[in-house]
Design a protein around this ligand. Structure first.
Ligand code: PMP
Length: 401
C-alpha cells in the first residue's frame, strides 16, 4: 500500500519538483506536529495566514458555533447572513469612515480581481498601474499586475493597459495620469523581500492619485490584521486608500478575502450591468465567523502592539556574519543572505534540526532572503528558541559546504 506521502506525489498536482512534503498531524499555536514525531516552529504562519496561531480556541469555537446554524445558504449578496454582517461592521469600525462597504471574496487574488473591475467601472478608465516586483495573485488579472516577468511570461497575453512603476521611486509617479483607473500597491512589499517605503512616498502616491482622479488601492493581503505593528499597515503611513484589499490572515486559518471601499464607489456594481461582480461562496458564513473571532482576538490581545517589540528581538538575536541585513516592520521580516544557495542550505538545516525544526522560507521575487513572519502570538522564549535553531543551522550548513 502506498503511504500518504507517496500518494501526495502521485495524485496531488505538483507545482515544483521540491515541495516541502511535511506530513502534519496537528497544529496548535506556533507549533506544527509532524507524523514523524518531529515538532516544528512555524515562522511563516502558512505564508501570512496564522496570525493568531494555529487553531486559536476562539476561532475554533466560532467555527463550531456557526456549523450548528448554517453553512452555505445562497450566492453572495442576497441573504442577510449574520456572520457576514457582523464581520463587515467590525471591519468598518477598524477603518476610516470612507472605507465602510465590504465585498467578500474567497481569496486574495479574487479581492484583487474584484477591485480591478470596480476601479475600471467607477472611473470609466482602462489603464491600471502597479509596481515591479509586486505580488497580487495568480489569476490572470492579478498576475498581470504582478511584477516578476519570469513568473508571467509563459501566460501571455495577459491584460492590456497595465503599466509598472518602481515602488518607492518618486519620479515614476508622473506615469499616473488622467488615463489611470487605479494604482495597486502593497503598503509594504511582501514577495519583493519585505520592502518598507518612506511614508513621504506613499503620501506622494496618494496626492498624485487624487490630482488625476485615479483610485488608490492598497493590497494589505499580506500585511493585514496586525502583522506590521498596527491593525492595518497603512495606519502608520498616514495615507488612506480608496480601496483596501485583505485576505490571508483575516480568516484565522479559513479561506476568505475582501475588497473594501466607500458606498459611493462600491455602488457602481448595482447597475450597468446589474450584478457587476458575483461569487457563489465569497463571504462563506463559516469563514466570516472565523474571521470575526480572529479580528476580535487581535484587538482584545492587542497583538499588533507587541509585533514591533517581538520583531526587534528577532533582529537582536539574529546577528551573524552570514546575515547581511534584516528588513521589515513588526513581525514581517526578511533576513538577507549572500545567495539563494547559502540561504536554502540554512532553511533545509533549520527544518531538519533534531531538537526542534524551524520552518522558514524565501520570497517569490527575492530568493536570497529568509521569510520570518511567525504567528503574532509567539512568545519571547519561543523567539529565542527559534533564533538559536536558525543560528545553529547557519553554523552547520556552513560547515557542511
Ligand atoms: N496580494 C499579496 C500581497 C499577497 O501576498 C498574496 C499571496 N501571497 C496575494 C495578493 C494573493 O492571495 P491568494 O494567494 O489568497 O490569492
Amino acid at each position: 500500500m502506498l503511504t500518504p506521502r507517496q500518494l501526495f506525489f502521485q495524485h496531488v498536482a505538483q507545482t515544483s519538483d521540491f515541495p516541502l512534503a511535511l506530513e502534519i498531524e496537528k497544529a496548535e499555536g506556533i507549533y506544527l506536529h509532524g507524523s514523524n514525531g518531529q515538532r516544528y516552529i512555524d515562522l511563516i504562519s502558512g505564508i501570512g495566514v496564522s496570525n493568531v496561531g494555529h487553531r486559536h480556541p476562539n476561532v475554533v469555537a466560532a467555527i463550531q458555533e456557526q456549523l450548528e446554524k448554517y453553512m452555505h445558504l445562497m450566492v453572495y449578496g442576497e441573504f442577510v447572513q449574520t456572520p457576514q454582517v457582523q464581520l463587515a461592521q467590525a471591519l468598518a469600525q477598524t477603518l476610516p469612515e470612507t472605507l465602510s462597504s465590504v465585498y467578500f471574496t474567497n481569496s486574495g487574488t479574487e479581492a484583487v480581481e474584484g477591485a480591478m473591475k470596480l476601479a475600471k467601472r467607477y472611473t470609466g478608465r482602462r489603464e491600471i498601474i502597479s509596481c515591479f516586483n509586486a505580488y497580487h495573485g495568480a489569476t490572470q488579472g492579478a498576475l498581470s499586475l504582478s511584477g516578476g516577468e519570469w513568473f508571467k511570461q509563459s501566460f501571455r497575453p495577459l491584460l492590456p493597459g497595465i503599466r509598472h512603476i518602481q515602488h518607492g521611486k518618486l519620479d515614476h509617479l508622473a506615469q499616473i495620469t488622467e488615463q489611470t483607473a487605479a494604482v495597486f500597491m502593497e503598503v509594504v512589499q511582501g514577495e519583493a523581500g519585505v520592502r518598507v517605503p518612506d511614508p513621504a512616498y506613499l503620501q506622494a502616491v496618494r496626492q498624485r492619485c487624487t490630482e488625476v482622479g485615479a483610485l488608490l488601492v492598497f493590497d494589505e493581503i499580506q500585511t493585514g490584521f496586525g502583522r506590521t505593528g498596527t491593525f492595518w499597515a497603512f495606519e502608520s503611513f498616514s495615507v488612506v486608500p480608496d480601496i483596501l484589499l485583505c485576505a490571508k490572515g483575516m480568516g484565522g486559518g479559513m479561506p476568505i478575502g475582501a475588497f473594501i471601499s466607500s458606498p459611493e464607489i462600491m455602488g457602481v456594481f448595482k447597475t450597468n450591468p446589474i450584478l457587476g461582480h458575483i461569487t457563489t461562496f465569497g463571504g462563506h458564513p463559516v469563514s466570516c465567523a472565523a474571521s470575526l473571532a480572529t479580528l476580535q482576538v487581535i484587538q482584545a490581545e492587542k497583538l499588533y502592539e507587541k509585533a514591533e517589540e517581538k520583531g526587534q528581538l528577532f533582529r537582536q538575536l539574529l546577528t551573524h556574519p552570514a546575515i547581511r541585513e534584516i528588513r521589515g516592520k513588526g513581525l514581517m521580516l526578511a533576513a538577507e543572505f549572500e545567495s539563494f544557495e547559502v540561504l536554502k542550505a540554512v532553511i533545509d538545516r533549520a527544518i531538519a534540526s533534531d531538537k526542534i525544526g524551524v520552518l522558514t522560507d524565501w520570497f517569490l521575487f527575492c530568493d536570497n532572503s529568509m521569510r520570518i513572519a511567525p504567528p503574532l502570538v509567539i512568545t519571547e522564549d519561543e523567539i529565542r528558541l527559534a533564533c538559536a535553531a536558525i543560528l545553529d543551522a547557519i553554523e552547520n550548513s556552513a560547515k557542511s559546504n
